[in-house]
Ligand binder design. Structure first.
Ligand code: FAD
Length: 219
């Protein structure tokens, strides 16, 4: 949870940490909702202003919640990329999987700026660059303007286009494990696609073939 003080009281919202566990700062990737109670204010904070950061972190997007597999898919839309920004900077992820497929869907090309810069940073990093170059496959998708990959993450998975473009076998339960974070509708659609392919949802109580986290809730 992060937030600010409004009228003498904390105004807090759930956020994913975009920074890696070893980084000496916390990074967040935020939407700006024009009339959103928190983000209409948060977008105006200045250097030196104080914000609240909760002490306790929770969440399901952990490799321990997944059964062993060969390939890890990280499927996101919008700010749902935030937790994957942290994961693709984590050495352990590359040690566990032969391939890491990061898909990020946005409406406009400009919305991909953060994921593109994080991926570039990982590929250029001294301690992860070579490993990531051999394992990380970044597949950005744009739905509302011309781009190399036009459409929706769900369609690209369902019709196998992403697999064909990346020259990997179609999504299958024998090899693939999946983490999903994003728009609630995308989550519903992907859960349906995965359950048709016999993927079972995992949790900290019982690891499975996929795990999900909402990037926001509809109020
Ligand atoms: C588990 C979890 C993790 C989250 N992680 C992040 C994160 O890393 N980055 C982030 O920006 N937000 C994240 N959110 C959403 C965040 O908690 C707030 O909703 C967001 O900061 C807006 O707050 P607000 O008070 O300005 O507006 P709110 O009143 O909270 O939201 C107003 C409306 O804006 C829309 N909305 C809110 N957040 C988003 C979003 N991220 N993307 C698209 N539409 C949205 C929804 O329709 C919502 O009903 C997360 C939410 C959950 C439940």
């Amino acid at each position: 949870m992060i937030g600010i003080q409004v009228d003498g009281k904390p105004l807090l919202r759930a956020y994913s940490m975009a920074s890696a566990p070893y980084e000496d700062f916390l990074e967040f990737f935020s939407i700006k909702v024009a009339d959103g109670p928190l983000t209409s204010r948060l977008q105006r904070i200045k250097i030196g202003d104080a914000i609240y950061v909760g002490r306790k972190a929770t969440g399901t997007l952990l490799t321990d919640n997944l059964l062993p597999g060969r390939r890890l898919y990280l499927l996101s839309t919008g700010t749902g990329f935030a937790p994957f920004s942290s994961l693709i900077k984590d050495l352990e992820v590359y040690e566990r999987y032969d391939q890491v497929v990061l898909m990020h869907g946005c409406r406009h090309v400009a919305d991909l700026g953060f994921s593109q810069s994080v991926v570039n940073g990982v590929l250029e990093s001294e301690h992860l660059g070579d490993l990531a170059a051999s394992k990380l496959k970044y597949y950005p998708v744009v739905s509302r303007e011309p781009f190399d990959n036009i459409g929706r993450v769900t369609d690209m998975i369902e019709n196998g286009v992403a697999g064909t473009d990346l020259k990997i076998s179609p999504l299958n339960v024998a090899e693939d494990r999946v983490m999903i974070c994003g728009n609630p509708n995308m989550i519903v659609d992907l859960k349906h696609i995965l359950s048709q392919r016999e993927f079972v949802e995992g949790s900290s109580a019982k690891p499975g073939h996929f795990v999900i986290e909402k990037a926001f809730v509809e109020r």
